[in-house]
Design a protein around this ligand. Structure first.
Ligand SMILES: Nc1ncnc2c1ncn2[C@@H]1O[C@H](COP(=O)(O)OP(=O)(O)OP(=O)(O)O)[C@@H](O)[C@H]1O
Ligand SMILES: [Mg+2]
Length: 396
């Protein structure tokens, strides 16, 4: 069992809307796990359930071998950064950061009673011995100051520690909210789009800082975002959630390169993956037809069980080739942004658009005729209706 084990979690709002549908997930200790999904897919709901701010209809939540499904939030030892974070308006930034360190009484009590249940005797500083509260009471004040300063430095908010939340910018407030979670010694840190209010430059530097800090401290983070760049660059592993279901879990590059279904394929990638109608070729069950062209698939897979069904060929823009044979098309758009060239082609037979992205300088202009085909190693074929994977070149 993982350090965090979510088992068959389901959650319905108002008796009918299924926000989480049988979600199971294992997260390892020290892992940076990113939960990625479109708006309304259930990301916030899932981490609010872990934090105890929502109750689940069914399923189990286990963190560090503690079954916490029915515990109140204060007794779960999880720290959370909210999507709509709120700071205490009458406290300074310093006191906002220090607050969670002072308010841990109930959790300590719960952990004590659990420890007693296992036959351990209460001695002074039992929290200290259990590794729950690494601060000895005599050290508390000094330690709080040190930790506030360390977190403030990391988040570049040292110079605003004396101000109140009303006197700082939105981006600074968001960093204070992040700091308030990081300052605690929690079993898991739940972060709901914690960088969304930062400008592009600060977001990218804070991402790196956060990732470095997480590594250095060895803490476990479940990080929610709908930004695929964040998911691909920050996550040790990621999970893609859609309509309350966890549809794929894996290392970011594996999920990007080997999507299990058409939703994941289409959700990751910018520009998005090309999706072209296709079907099993009438001439050969090891080939597919798209745009009037029969593409013989490498390894000659037998696709006869999919004959006659509507399928989709998915090709990443970086995997589109203009070759000696392929579907006929006409170049309709050529643009360069820095070193990257974007070329759009409309397939003659089906009028579908295919986009190619390359750093190569191609002698191509709008109006040219080309033959379009995927790189041999990178075609994916899905069922159009249920979006399941039929065949993937990378999985051979
Ligand atoms: N308290 C609630 N009562 C009823 N429905 C809710 C409630 N909270 C969320 N929902 C619904 O549950 C679904 C999942 O919401 P959730 O907030 O988890 O999505 P999300 O993935 O975090 O989206 P976003 O990226 O926009 O923050 C949505 O359709 C939402 O409307
Ligand atoms: Mg949300």
């Amino acid at each position: 069992m993982g350090y965090i084990s979510l088992q068959n979690l389901s959650k319905t709002y108002g008796n009918k809307f299924k926000a989480l549908d049988n979600v199971s997930l294992e997260v390892e200790q020290g892992e940076f796990f990113v939960l990625l999904g479109p708006s309304g897919s259930g990301k916030t709901t899932l981490i609010r359930c872990i934090a105890g701010l929502e109750t689940v209809d069914s399923g189990k939540i286990i963190v560090k071998n503690r079954l916490i499904t029915d515990y109140p939030p204060g007794e779960r030892n999880v720290a959370m950064v909210f999507q709509n974070y709120a700071l205490y308006p009458f406290l300074t930034v310093y006191d906002n950061l220090a607050f969670p360190l002072k308010a841990r009484g109930r959790l300590r009590k719960r952990l004590w009673s659990e420890a007693l249940g296992q036959g351990k005797a209460p001695t002074t500083g039992i929290g200290y011995q259990l590794g729950i509260n690494p601060i000895k009471p005599t050290e508390v004040k000094e330690n709080i100051r040190e930790r506030v300063n360390r977190v403030a430095e990391m988040l570049q908010i040292t110079d605003i520690l004396d101000r109140k939340p009303g006197q700082i910018s939105g981006g600074q407030r968001q960093r204070v909210a992040l700091g308030r979670a990081l300052i605690r010694e929690a079993d898991v840190y739940l972060m709901d789009e914690p960088l969304s209010n930062l400008d592009a430059k600060l977001r990218s530097s804070t991402r790196i800082e956060l990732k470095n800090l997480q590594k250095k401290l060895g803490i476990t983070i479940i990080y929610v975002t709908h930004d695929q760049i964040e998911a691909l660059t920050m996550g040790d592993r990621m999970g893609v959630i859609n309509k309350g279901q966890l549809v794929q879990v894996g290392k970011p590059l594996d999920v990007y390169n080997m999507p299990d279904n058409l939703f994941v394929a289409g959700f990751l990638g910018d520009p998005p993956i090309n999706q072209v109608d296709c079907s099993v070729s009438e001439r050969s069950s090891t080939a597919i037809s798209f745009g009037g062209y029969d593409l013989e698939l490498p390894g000659k897979p037998d696709l006869s069980s999919h004959s006659g069904k509507p399928l989709k060929l998915a090709i990443r823009p970086e995997d589109v080739e203009f070759a000696d044979s392929g579907a006929k098309g006409t170049v309709t758009f050529v643009r360069s942004i820095g070193r990257i060239n974007y070329i759009s082609v409309v397939l003659s037979e089906t009028e579908e658009m295919v986009t190619k992205v390359t750093t190569e300088q191609l002698a191509i202009s709008e109006g040219d005729s080309v033959l379009v085909t995927p790189k041999a190693s990178s075609a994916d074929v899905f069922e159009r209706d249920n979006e399941t994977l039929v065949w993937s070149a990378k999985k051979q």
